[in-house]
Ligand binder design. Structure first.
Ligand SMILES: [Zn+2]
Length: 593
């Protein structure tokens, strides 16, 4: 194990420590002595969140925030938790940038995964379509394809890592690394305060399928010049050793395809062009035709074809409509919806709502490089249902069809040793990954003062007097998108959807003669998804009697409708909870007659 590495760094940070009083007082905003520069790093998707990556690097000259200049790294979507009913996506909260839009010098994209690029189409129109975007070719093509669908054009520059970009006080130097998608980069971000190394998702795959290895000598050159802080992917840091190479699963994946007699379906995240490319190659080798099912896979494959990552002739492809003209043994389907999104092709096949029906003898291969939070139970349900329908399902590490796209401990140790930063700031992992990353760093000779652990909504500010503080917090809210628009699904709507899904709805209609304050008719009860009414006549009759009683207690002459509605609602909720232990959504409808 590597120990006590000799850390060369910017002179300002040479022998400095994080003052403990700053690190431990999260709610106190420190007053700036306005005589030195600072660099502030903020995560608009929240620190400790694996997805919705969006990092702000802000250079503040002489402590004057009104003159700060900003670059952004990545702009990705998040995947809401499983109980966010009907919500498709979550995006970073950009309110911090609201009054700084004209000082954003560029958005730099590390790679083409949705949790790094998927929010560009939502956020660029908010921040300004004129803001230049810098992206590697594959990510750029994915972003452009999505923007074109909404007739939006952006100012995108494609980079290949051959030269750095100078943007105001920043020099952004892209460094090629490997990951589960080709064309992935890290950034050395030079500032007047020293260099910050942004080490987003990576692994050091020495046998990458596209033949383009990580540029370790470039990283070493950056490290030798001195680095203030390493912001590092930490997702794989609770695994020992090296993350297996992409090429290590190729044989198993090939075997699953070429050994099959019936139809073969392959599903993965749509941007996984390495897997699509392999599937196509193996299918062609045994004379199978390719059937693309689902818009997102179709889009990804077209992008990959145009950039020559995939070789696919028109004669290799058949449309889903022509499937009937070919024997089962000559078909391979590439299917969207690996994570079980309700409207996706795979989910509709599983529910029998798709024109392509799963049947006995089919084989379905699940192969995705990374775990997507919030999707496990969907995937398990689909695997169960596909098995029930008679399909053979191949999935998971068991059959060695997955490898992580993220480096394990030894790869992290190599990156740390090459970069030799003064401070370590783990990103791209949950807190358990951050903790195991830090544990490993300590074995390598780092001390507590060099390990930065921000809260979810902290910012990390590196000050010219050598201090680092995490005191300034930015309020982050969940910005949810459910097909209606940005941010219009609030907590109340979600709570209502959850109630309806779990305990159904109970409604009572009260016809009230306002003048006399009496009921014009007996209460009428309606319910959905709560109890089967016919079998619960006793309960319903009991509720009717109780509601009438409560009405008599609360009514007045003339009747105060709002007061009655409120009282009846609380009362019904209570007696239903007492009698059934359930909490349906209760809607009293008080109609004045
Ligand atoms: Zn990634």
């Amino acid at each position: 194990m590597i120990k006590n590495i000799n850390q060369k760094t910017h002179p300002v940070f040479a022998n400095t420590v994080v003052p403990q009083q700053f690190a431990k007082s999260p709610n106190q905003v420190r007053q700036f002595n306005r005589s030195y520069d600072s660099v502030r790093i903020a995560s608009l998707g929240g620190f400790g969140d694996v997805t919705q990556n969006m990092f702000v690097y802000e250079y503040i000259p002489n402590g004057d925030f009104s003159k700060s200049q900003i670059i952004i790294v990545d702009c990705g979507v998040g995947f809401p938790e499983e109980d966010a009913f009907g919500v498709d996506l979550q995006i970073p909260d950009t309110r911090y940038l609201e009054d700084k839009k004209d000082r954003i010098l560029g958005i730099f994209i590390t790679h083409g995964h949705e949790d790094h690029i998927g929010a560009v189409r939502f956020i660029l129109p908010i921040l300004g379509l004129n803001i230049p975007v810098y992206a590697p070719s594959l990510a750029a093509a994915f972003i452009e394809a999505r923007l074109a669908e909404s007739n939006t054009r952006a100012n995108i520059t494609v980079y290949d890592g051959s030269k750095p970009f100078v943007k105001g006080p920043f020099v952004v130097d892209p460094i090629r690394v490997t990951h589960s998608i080709p064309d992935t980069f890290h950034f050395a971000i030079g500032t007047p305060m020293g260099t910050f190394y942004h080490g987003s998702d990576f692994k050091f795959d020495v046998f990458p399928l596209d033949g383009k290895a990580s540029d370790l000598s470039h990283i070493a050159r950056i490290g030798e010049k001195g680095v203030v802080a390493l912001m590092s992917d930490s997702l794989g840091s609770d695994h020992e050793g090296y993350s297996p190479s992409e090429s290590s699963i190729a044989e198993n994946f090939k075997h699953e395809i070429v050994s099959s007699k019936g139809r073969v379906f392959v599903t993965s995240i749509s941007s996984n062009i390495i897997r699509w490319s392999q599937a196509i190659e193996y299918a062609k080798s045994v004379g199978r035709k390719i059937v693309i099912v689902g818009l997102s896979v179709d889009r990804a494959i077209n992008v990959a074809k145009s950039l020559k990552y995939i070789t696919l002739k028109d004669t290799d492809i058949i449309t889903p409509e022509r499937v009937g003209n070919f024997p089962d043994s000559q078909l391979l389907f590439l299917v969207a919806g690996f994570a079980g999104q309700p409207d996706s092709a795979l989910a509709r096949m599983v529910m029998g709502k798709h024109k392509i029906k799963i049947k006995s003898g089919d084989k379905v291969i699940f192969s995705s490089p990374d775990y997507i939070p919030g999707t496990t139970s969907n995937i398990n349900n689909m695997i169960d249902n596909l098995s029930k329908m008679g399909a053979e399902v191949a999935y998971g590490e068991k059959e060695e069809l997955h490898v992580s796209g993220h480096g394990y401990q030894k790869e992290h140790a190599i990156l740390i040793d090459l970069v030799r930063p003064k401070f370590l700031l783990p990103i791209g992992g949950n807190y358990r990954h951050i903790k195991s990353y830090q544990k490993m760093a300590k074995v390598m000779g780092f001390n507590d003062d060099q390990l930065i652990t921000p809260d979810y909504d902290s910012t990390v500010t590196f000050n010219g007097n050598g201090t680092v503080d995490t005191n300034f917090h930015i309020p982050l809210r969940k910005v949810l998108i459910d097909g209606l628009g940005i941010g219009d699904v609030g907590a109340t709507v979600l709570r209502d959807r959850k109630l309806l899904a779990e305990d159904g709805m109970f409604s009572v209609v009260l016809m009230v003669d306002t003048a006399t304050g009496t009921l014009a008719k007996d209460p009428v009860i309606l319910s959905r998804g709560f109890v089967f009414m016919k079998e619960n006549t006793d309960l319903m009759n009991y509720l009717k009697v109780e509601i009438s009683k409560k009405f008599k207690e609360t009514t007045s002459k003339p009747a105060n409708i709002d007061y009655i509605r409120e009282q009846i609602q609380g009362y019904i909720e209570q007696i239903i909870l007492d009698k059934t232990g359930r909490q349906p959504m209760v809607l009293p409808l008080v109609i004045e007659v």
